[in-house]
Design a binder for this molecule. Structure first.
Ligand code: IPE
Ligand code: IPE
Ligand code: MG
Length: 238
């Protein structure tokens, strides 16, 4: 069983378009899919589930859609917080949360959800919100530069761990598998550092149609893979 499953929840707009609905109806229908996946992750005993909810590039969408997504995320946190808490899910947010375009109400709800669920241990559910991997890595570089300038870090000591320790959530293990729905086969600036050796699973299913069964199917595909981490095939087969 993978320890960490990361998901790019994609295809909401196409799901809605295919039904003659507004794109935002697709986002709304992504919510039951997400919560079915949470139940699936709990049943399977997955420790970490990381979902891409809003990218740093998504600001470029129509202002109405951006406003909907902001409102929708506050609303979802408000409605689902107690349910997640009762399930023993710890909610954590990663991303650039100093961005002044994020409505303060969204940041407040995030903080409340994190605080309420901080002691839960059944599942770590990480919401990547206003997340971009390049921004994350640049922020880590900025911190390293500041520590070097302050004399608290020697440049000679900068290594992979130095960078990893300064990402948004250093305690998060690297994803074992990254799932992207909707048939697109790209990363779209998600977890670039952390997925160095993740298995990539692409499914044509649009996010609103995704559920715990499809999650299990994607995990079975992951389990059929031969992970090598740069080692020789013989070494792995031993
Ligand atoms: C993913 O669905 C949700 C977000 C990016 C917020 P999309 O909105 O990207 O749906 P498609 O890709 O246009 O179908
Ligand atoms: C990635 O999906 C971001 C989220 C799922 C939140 P996009 O739909 O924004 O990515 P591209 O534009 O197809 O690469
Ligand atoms: Mg998309």
């Amino acid at each position: 069983m993978p320890r960490h499953v990361a998901i790019i929840m994609d295809g909401n707009g196409r799901w809605a378009n295919a039904r003659g609905l507004h794109r935002t109806a697709g986002h709304a229908r992504g919510e039951p899919a997400l919560f079915d996946v949470v139940h699936g992750a709990l049943e399977l005993g997955i420790g970490w589930l990381t979902v891409y909810t809003f990218s740093t590039e998504n600001w470029g969408r129509d202002p109405d859609e951006v406003a909907f997504l902001m409102e929708f995320n506050v609303d979802l946190l408000e409605r689902r917080r107690d349910e997640l808490d009762e399930l023993g899910v710890r909610v954590i947010f990663i991303g650039d949360h100093d961005d002044e375009r994020i409505p303060p109400a969204v940041l407040d709800r995030m903080r409340i959800a994190e605080e309420q669920t901080a002691g839960n241990t059944n599942l770590n559910m990480v919401y990547a919100f206003n997340y971009g991997a390049r921004t994350e890595i640049a922020a880590a570089a900025k911190r390293i530069a500041a520590e070097v300038a302050a004399g608290t870090l020697d440049p000679v000591d900068v290594d992979e761990d130095t960078v990893a320790d300064r990402l948004y959530l250093p305690e998060m293990p690297d994803p074992d598998v990254l799932i992207r729905t909707s048939g697109e086969q790209r990363i779209s600036n998600y977890l670039l550092w952390q997925i160095a050796y993740s298995e990539l699973v692409f499914t044509p299913v649009l996010w609103p149609d995704f559920d715990r069964r499809e999650l299990a199917r994607c995990i079975a595909e992951y389990q059929s893979r031969d992970r090598r981490f740069g080692g020789a095939i013989d070494a792995v087969d031993e």
